[in-house]
Design a protein around this ligand. Structure first.
Ligand SMILES: [Zn+2]
Length: 68
């Protein structure tokens, strides 16, 4: 499975869990849940903040339009 980071396009993605990946290019966490990918930024205190709004909102709306 070849993944690309949606943020920096790096292929340097490390697997950190069964559905979790980590981009070594820009240090964000990627979570794959079926067809859905979520992106999180790891804050300095270790909490995750979702970046989905930045990357996927438009794509998902487009996909829904095509699906109907
Ligand atoms: Zn990246």
């Amino acid at each position: 499975m070849m993944m690309r980071c949606p943020n920096c396009n790096s292929k340097d993605i490390g697997k950190i869990g069964s559905h979790q990946f980590y981009c070594w290019g820009c240090f964000i966490e990627l979570t794959v849940n079926g067809d859905k990918m979520s992106v999180y930024q790891v804050e300095e205190d270790g909490t995750l903040s979702s970046l989905d709004d930045l990357f996927f909102e438009e794509d998902m709306q487009e996909a829904q339009v095509h699906a109907t």
